[in-house]
Structure formats: C-alpha cells, structure tokens
Design a protein around this ligand. Structure first.
Ligand SMILES: C[S@@+](CC[C@H](N)C(=O)[O-])C[C@H]1O[C@@H](n2cnc3c(N)ncnc32)[C@H](O)[C@@H]1O
Length: 193
C-alpha cells in the first residue's frame, strides 16, 4: 500500500515525514556496528517506518511500541514486533541497547484537549516537552549501561532545554544530524551516559 493510501486507511496514525526520515537515517548510521545480540526499542513507532528501517538495515532485534492502538496495528501489519505501551512502561530494566524516539513536540495551546490520536502524535503541550520530559526521566531504566538514545527534537521545542533535561537524568548529548525548514530546524540528539 502506498503512502497516500495509508494516509486514507489510517487517518489516526502519523505517516512518515521529514522528521521520520532524519531520525531513521541517523539511527541507522549510529547503529552501523550493531550485531544480532543488540536490542533496539522504537518508542512512538506510528506507522513503523523508523523501526522498519532499523530492522531492514541493521542486524539488531527491533521492538516497536506506541500508545495509539491504530499505530500498533499498522506497525504489526508491517511485520514488526509491536507492543502497545505508554513510553517504556512495560519493558524490563536494562532491556535495550538503543532506544529511538520521534516524540510529539509541537508547542500547543494550554487548553488543548488531546482528544484524538493525531493530536497526541503532534502535540507536546505548552512548551513542546510534555512527552519528552517524562521520556527522559523513564528511559534510563530500560537502557543497558552502555546504551544509547536517539531522540528527535525541534527548534520549536527548545533543543538546549532538552539537552539540559537529559543532563538531569545522567545523559550527555551530541547532535548527530540536523535539517532546516522555513519554520524550524530538526535535530537528532544522541544521548549517552
Ligand atoms: C511524531 S509521531 C512519530 C511516529 C513515527 N515514529 C515516525 O517517526 O514517523 C509520535 C508518535 O508517538 C506516539 N506517542 C505519543 N505519546 C506517546 C506515549 N506516551 N507513549 C508511546 N507513544 C506515544 C504517537 O502515538 C505517535 O505515533
């Protein structure tokens, strides 16, 4: 099924866009030396595009997860091992060598009602970090000691604020990819402890 057909068939699932491509490229580059013993989690997989790229381009074992049941269905249809999950909640301690996330990051009105799945895919609350901050708090638990996080952020979200918050949770951050658009710059942060 092509992308346009998918948009029609799954209107409640975020379909691959520039941010998805940037994150997939950076994660695949960063995981170039992965082997079949490495385990990778994609949080918020949406269509499964990023997890599918990692699955196809690296030997690592990939698990996809999303809160949105429609996304879980689409990712499963793509052949991915997929779990319905709020961030990393169901996963065991130190279960993953890498965690990848293209989060909802658009700053939105405080009266935003979060009443449909596409809004949950896009909206990052008033400061854009309503999902990123809890992710940074919880992801260390499921990461192996030498594990890595690839996190997509936008200039609209405040990259420096995200780097500072990541530091609060023991991570140092390096920007490994970026791409500029008329209204924002997208950056992929590599987070290591
Ligand atoms: C910007 S979309 C990215 C989708 C896909 N990874 C991509 O790059 O094309 C954000 C995704 O995060 C999911 N999401 C939002 N809040 C979540 C949460 N608390 N736990 C898990 N997934 C969440 C949304 O359902 C959505 O699929």
């Amino acid at each position: 099924m092509g992308l346009e057909d998918r948009r029609d068939a799954e209107p409640e699932v975020y379909q691959p866009a520039e941010d998805s491509h940037l994150l997939a490229d950076a994660a695949c580059d960063g995981l170039a030396d992965a082997d079949e013993n490495d385990r990778v989690l994609e949080v918020g997989t949406g269509s499964g595009y990023v997890a599918g790229r990692i699955d196809a381009e690296t030997p690592a074992r990939v698990v996809a997860a999303d809160l949105n049941p429609h996304a879980v269905r689409q990712a499963r249809e793509e052949g991915l091992e997929t779990v319905r999950a709020d961030l990393v909640s169901p996963f065991a301690d130190a279960a993953f060598d890498a965690v990848v996330f293209n989060p909802p990051y658009l700053p939105t009105d405080p009266d935003n009602e979060w009443d449909d799945w596409m809004e949950r895919a896009l909206s990052g609350g008033e400061d854009g970090r309503a999902v990123i901050d809890p992710f940074l708090e919880r992801v260390p638990r499921v990461l192996a000691p030498d594990g890595v996080v690839y996190l997509l952020v936008s200039s609209l979200t405040g990259v420096d604020d995200v780097v500072e918050e990541a530091g609060e949770h023991g991570f140092s951050a390096v920007a490994v990819a970026d791409e500029s658009f008329p209204f924002e710059t997208l950056t992929v942060l590599e987070l290591l402890r």
